[in-house]
Write a protein of this length. Structure first.
Length: 250
């Protein structure tokens, strides 16, 4: 069995430093790795990235993240990535990494993703150049995720995104903004590989659970949704979710 701790949308700035750390210090006893589904910072600045690295670095378990839209706000995403990487945190964008855990190989493929909507209520690659560019961006992120998922041979495979791959985990958000919270192309990419679990954030008022059309469990791990420092999910077992009431709330 592999245990994955996951959270998203922690929006770290100076005022957040220290809030998550007490629960994170317990991670080695509770999980084998920590995955963070984007919006690591509030405005995507280098100073905020350093705060995030202070809060989420050096935990005794591997930490793997993707960036979110907030992490792009200041157009410093390359510098943010550099700060995190220098702190020993793995940042994925259209890439995969493999962790050796308890004799098993865990593959994690990640991308920020993009919006565009879902079948029956989505943008189409037709018309004005601006619309084609919008949909093309969603397709590029999804294609990169598909390639990353297919690039590794592992015992268990996880897709990590910021934007949602299915509409079910957006339930609770206004329908009018679904197209800006995720896209169906991400779900298709996840179903095109032997993915065991998909994790995302971004939808603060969404729901935790969903499934891709192909049946892959999807979990929205945005902090405002899970309402604690992290949730723990199990792979290579019949039970995906573990509910540990001892996890610290933040």
């Amino acid at each position: 069995m592999i245990r994955i701790a996951a959270v998203g949308d922690v929006h770290v700035d100076k005022d957040v430093v220290g809030r998550y750390r007490p629960a994170l210090e317990e991670l080695p006893d509770r999980a084998d790795a920590l995955l963070i589904a984007g919006d690591l910072t509030r405005h995507g600045t280098v100073d905020e990235a350093k705060c995030f690295a202070t809060e989420f670095g050096g935990l005794g378990v591997p930490v793997v993240v993707v960036l979110g839209n907030h992490d792009h706000q200041s157009d410093q995403q390359d510098d943010v990535t550099r700060v995190l990487t220098d702190s020993g945190i793995t940042v994925l964008e259209g890439q995969a990494t493999v962790l050796e855990l308890h004799g098993h190989r865990l593959g994690i493929a990640g991308t920020k993703g993009f919006g565009g909507g879902f079948k029956g209520a989505c943008a189409s690659n037709f018309g004005e150049r601006e619309m084609k560019d919008f949909v093309g961006t969603a397709e590029r992120y999804a294609d990169a995720l598909r390639d990353a998922l297919r690039s590794v041979e592992v015992d268990a495979l996880v897709a990590l995104t910021h934007y949602a791959p299915v509409p079910e985990t957006l339930a609770g958000e206004p329908l009018e903004i679904f197209a800006f919270l995720g896209c169906y192309q991400l779900g298709q990419a996840i179903d095109d590989a032997p993915t065991a679990l998909a994790l995302h954030g971004h939808a603060h008022h969404g729901s935790e659970r969903g499934r891709t059309p192909g049946g892959v469990p999807v979990r929205n791990v945005a902090h405002p949704v899970i309402k604690q420092a992290y949730n723990v999910y199990q792979l290579l077992t019949d039970v995906v979710d573990t509910k540990d009431t001892q996890l610290a709330n933040v």
